[in-house]
Design a protein around this ligand. Sequence first.
Ligand code: PMP
Length: 449
Amino acid sequence: MTAHNTNWDNEHFFHPWEGMETLGQNDRAYIEGGEGIYVRNDRGERLMDGPAGMWCVQVGYGREEIADAMADQARQLAYFSPFNNTSSISTRFAHEIARRAPGDLNNVFFTTGGSTAVDTAIRFVHFRNNLMGRPEKKIIISRQKAYHGSTYLAASVSGKERDRLWLDKADHLSHFLPNVNPLHRSDGQSIDAFLDEKIADLENAILTLGADKVAAFIAEPILASGGVIVPPKGYHKRCLEVCHRHDVLYISDEVVTAFGRLGHWFASEDVFGIQPDIITCAKGMTSGYVPMGAAIVSDRLIADLTGMGATFSNGYTYSGHPVSAAAGLKSMEIIERDGLLEHVQALSPLFQERLSSLQDIDIVVDTRGMGFMGCVECSADGSKDALLDQDYAIGALIDEECQKRGLLVRPLINMCVTSPPLIMSADQINQMFDILETGIKTAADRRGA
Ligand code: PMP
C-alpha cells in the first residue's frame, strides 16, 4: 500500500519502459534515501539494493565525500562549455580514465550517459569511413539480446526482441547475429563447437554483407540486460581477430562492465584479453551519483583522420560536465583507496558459488554470471527455449517476494538479475542469496498454487 499522500508518480512521471496499460495505475513506493547497499522507501522499508540502482552505484549510497566533491565543484565552477573551452577538472578525469583504459585508447569523448556514448561511437565510425573515402561502409553488426541504449542509433543496434516491436529503427545500418547464450546450444553440441559456430556467424555475416559495407561490430563483454549472458571463453578474442581480418572495427560496450563490476577498471583487456578500437562506458563511471558517459577512441583511429581538415560535429552541451567529472574522480578515488577492485575479485567466487547453487531449485533452468553480476533464469516446465504464459510474470513475482524480505532484485520477464554495489561484504552476499533463494521458492509455490 502506498504511504505517500500524493499521486504525482501516476499523474506526471512517465517512466522508462512504461506499459501503456499501466500508465497512471501503478502503486510504487517512493524511494526517499540510500545508505551503503540499502535504500529506504516512504513505506518505512529498508531494502538491500541488489541491482545497485541500475548496475551503477558502485561505491554505495550516501557517500559524503562524493556529495562534497560535487558541491565544491558546483561552487567553484558549475558549468562551462566544452565546445571551444575546457574545465580543468574534466581534463583531469579524461586523463585518469585514459590511464586505466587498454592500450592506445587515449581519447575520451565525454557524453551524457551510455546511449549517447554508443551513439557517439557509431557516429565516429561513420565519420571516419566517410573521410577515408568509403561512405558505403556503415553497417554495425550486433547481436540478439544486446542492449546498447535508447537514442535512435543505439536502439537501432539493440537486439532485444520485445523492445524492437513498437519503435522505428535505422534497419539499414544494423545486422544481428544469433544469440550467444551457451544455454541455447543444440542438443549434444559441445561448448567448443558452439563457440566455433558463433565465430563463423560473425565471419559469415561480414562476408555476406560485404566487408566493404560493414563498419563495426558492437558487443557488451557480458550481455547485461539481455540476461547476463556470458559468451564462451575465447569468444571476444576470436571476434576481434575476425573483425580486424576484414577491416571491421570492434566497439566494446562496457557501460555495465567497466569501473569494477568484474573486478577491473575495464573488462575488455583485463578479463577478456582484448584491446577494442572503441570502448563505451557510463553508469559506474560516477557511481551513478550524476549522469555521465564516454566513448574512448584509440589513437590509431584518430591518426587516420588527421590532415583532412574535417570536424567531428558531434557533442553535447554537458560533455565533460565539471560536476559529473568531480563525482567521477571521487568515485574512482574511493574504488582505489578502498581496494574495491580487489574486493570484487576476492568475493566473486562466493558470489558465483551462491548464484549457481540456486540451480537446485525446480523452476531454475539456468544461472550465470561473472564478478558481481548474476542472473537466474526460470521456467515453469523446465524448458530453456520458448517462454510459457506463466513464465512472463515469474521475475516480478520473485522480486515481490524478495522485497517482502528486504531485497530488491531486477526482474526481467522470467529472469532476475543482481549486480550489487561493489562494497557488499561476504555476509551481505550470503544474506542476499538467502533471501533470493527463499524468494524464488516462494514465488514458485505461489505460481503453482
Ligand atoms: N549499453 C549498455 C550495455 C547498457 O546496459 C545501457 C543501459 N542499461 C546502455 C548502453 C545505455 O545507457 P544509458 O541508459 O545510460 O543511456
